[in-house]
Design a protein around this ligand. Sequence first.
Ligand SMILES: *Cc1c(COP(=O)(O)O)cnc(C)c1O
Length: 376
Amino acid sequence: MDADIPYLLLTPGPLTTTRTVREAMLADYSTWDVDYNQRVVEIRERLVQLATTEPGYTSVLMQGSGTFAVEATIGSVIPPDGKLLLISNGAYGDRIGQIADCLKMPRVTLSCPETESPDLDQIRQTLADDASITHVALVHCETTTGMLNPAREVGQIVADAGRDYILDAMSSFGGIPLTMEEFHIDFLISSANKCIQGVPGFGFVIARQHKLEQTKGYARSLSLDLYDQWNEMEQKGGKWRYTSPTHVVNAFLQALNELDAEGGVTARHARFVENQTTLVQEMEQRGLRTLLPRELQSPIITSFYYPEFDGFSFNSFYDELKRRRYVIYPGKISQAETFRIGNIGHVFPEDMEQLVAQIELVLAEMQVTSGQTTSG
Ligand SMILES: *Cc1c(COP(=O)(O)O)cnc(C)c1O
């Protein structure tokens, strides 16, 4: 771990970035500056290249955290008479439902338990039974649990049924190989501060261009109008509508360069997989168990059950690990007591080993203390 950072963030965004990404933010730029806007143009092109080798795709950046980009997409691409089929097995899927409700948009939801993969036959049947469904939305890596959803299989079903497919690939894009065409994605949403390892401040959407072009006038919001933002960027050489997050954009371009230098998405995926398998192996050796079976687990973030001794307190565990310069993540599911450890960001298998060595010490201390309290 670099000496100049307070701790390693083992959370799924914001995450630990490199010093060089942070240094890219040291200059101030005007949003009217052509060099700056040229960088926006470059970023838009490179995002498309990361997602596809085929023509016909485009990208658009949107100010705000990832949820703003999700809301911009849901609120801008579904026509006034459209209907959403939402497939959800976690909090981020449910959030898409909340967005649709806020926008008073008709929706059908197929919910399944947080620890289960969606039922593909049920999705196929729902689409066959309801011709009014125009769009299907799914979360690729459900960061709530760490579940990797069958985004490619769902994409095939949606394409076969002739509907449009919106994928929240927020916590997977750039860290898990995929292409728009293989997954039949019409609109893919992600953000600056996840697998591409930039800092928070904007989200982006990669879209089939002719589909996006058809959405003019659909937006239910002015500032979150995806078509209008895209059109501005297209017509005005990388200009955003309204103030753009200039520092974040510069950091993001540096992050894209570092992704390439690492060897692209394949190499980054390999590192994340190694981080995740190292973490789980080390944790299991200390008797800690994962929430999900291996076949449903993503290489992005892992949920662990609380250890089984009486005096365990997540808050003290968290504080004690933070004192040792590791910041982990609380659980986010209702059915079981869990905490989460993310392994995306500028972190490596050695970090995972050192983290678990510290976890072992902290838990041993907590057990001793709780034993003393019980007997005393
Ligand atoms: C991080 C994340 C989001 C966006 O969350 P923000 O806090 O708004 O950045 C959306 N979906 C998934 C799956 C995520 O992991």
